[in-house]
Ligand binder design. Structure first.
Ligand SMILES: [Zn+2]
Ligand SMILES: [Zn+2]
Length: 366
């Protein structure tokens, strides 16, 4: 089978939209015609050369589309169904998978590092050579084959463009607040970084019933959007210290570093109250290390943890998120940025790199 894909050859080189070959779906596979694919911050690590991954590859791990065909063993979806893709086609039987955390699956992370699916294959070739998959998915193309477990039924009430955001940004951001930070009603939540995932952290905090939601970002447009979505206090990075000192001198009950670099993580931990929880949501460049004061832990008894993909099984979290969407608590439309046809994928990446406040989408069907 043929598909048209945005092929990534390496940092500093433009993506090339090329015709590629897909293997026929295996019995447990689902063939999906992609309608919308979001450009997630982790793709930008690849584009900027901050991660070593095999190439040529197809990026894209946050998307939604319509089932085109299914293998004989597939029972949960049928052709014509609308689906959102999870990027965690995990092994299903390691200790992490069994505790309901497929995104922590070691086999999956080995596959992500190797640019393949968990069985070491990719099911895709270009010029008769292996074509690798970004984040064990590679959906920035017209058609993609995925395992049944990650083609999650969407139902009605949400457009495919909105649904694409559920596949990574929403799951990650809302999950970080609800399932990793375990935010309680009435708490003070600090969110550092208000890109796509950060805006979903804001919404997660509102859904959790936080009393104050403080958002830090250098870009005013992002802070304005955060206010629309539930932020109660916003500031640029330079104003954070003064804001916390004057308004929240004890610190935040829950602090989230959605940027994921040593400075922002240290900042989030510093402004976490004694005994509070700090969660690292953003993913750093390869090789980064944290340098933290012991006093944060032994004198002030803070908790520091990280989260991957919202710290919940996507198959469990997605129906919860869809309920929030249908009840109007979780807003997706406000998070949509510009859309670009597949042929203009390089413009889409430029828009995303420039810090566009909404999620930039590639719409392969257009
Ligand atoms: Zn992502
Ligand atoms: Zn596993």
């Amino acid at each position: 089978m043929k598909s048209r894909a945005a092929v990534f050859y390496g940092a500093g080189q433009p993506l090339e939209v090329r015709e590629i070959d897909l293997d026929e779906p295996r019995p447990g596979d689902v063939l999906v015609r992609m309608a919308a694919v979001g450009i997630c911050g982790t793709e930008l690590h690849s584009i900027k050369g901050e991660w070593e991954r095999p190439t040529p590859s197809v990026l894209g791990h946050e998307g939604a589309g319509i089932v085109e065909a299914v293998g004989d063993a597939v029972t949960s979806v049928k052709p014509g169904d609308r689906v959102v893709l999870s990027w965690a086609p995990s092994c299903g039987d390691c200790a992490d998978c069994r505790r309901g955390r497929p995104a922590a699956c070691v086999t999956l992370h080995r596959a992500i590092g190797g640019g393949t699916l968990v069985d070491g294959t990719t099911g895709m070739t270009i010029d008769d050579e292996m074509l690798y998959r970004g984040t064990a998915t590679g959906c920035m193309q017209e058609l993609v084959t995925v395992t049944e477990r990650v083609a999650l039924p969407l139902g009605d009430g949400v457009t495919l463009e909105e649904a694409a955001l559920l596949g990574c940004a929403a799951m990650t951001g809302v999950g970080a607040v609800l399932f990793a930070a375990r935010t309680e009603p009435g708490e003070v939540v600090l969110v550092i970084g208000a890109g796509g995932v950060g805006q979903f952290c804001v919404q997660g905090a509102r859904i959790a019933g936080a009393e104050a939601i403080i958002v830090v970002d250098p870009l005013d447009a992002r802070l304005e959007l955060a206010c629309e979505l539930g932020a109660t206090h916003t500031t640029g990075p330079d104003g954070l210290k003064e804001l916390m000192k004057s308004t929240f001198p004890d610190g935040a009950d829950r602090a989230l570093d959605v940027v994921g670099n040593p400075e922002t993580s240290a900042l989030a931990l510093r402004f976490t109250r004694s005994g509070g929880t700090c969660v690292i949501v953003g993913i750093p460049a390869t090789g980064e290390r944290l340098d933290l004061d012991f006093g944060e832990f032994n004198r002030r008894e803070k908790f520091l943890t990280g989260t991957m993909y919202g710290s919940e099984d996507p198959a469990v979290a997605l129906p919860l998120l869809l309920d929030h969407v249908r009840e109007g608590r979780l807003r997706l439309r406000e998070l949509l940025g510009q859309t670009y046809p597949l042929d203009n994928v390089n413009e889409a990446f430029e828009a995303s790199l420039s810090g566009s406040p909404g999620r930039v989408l590639v719409v392969p069907g257009r």
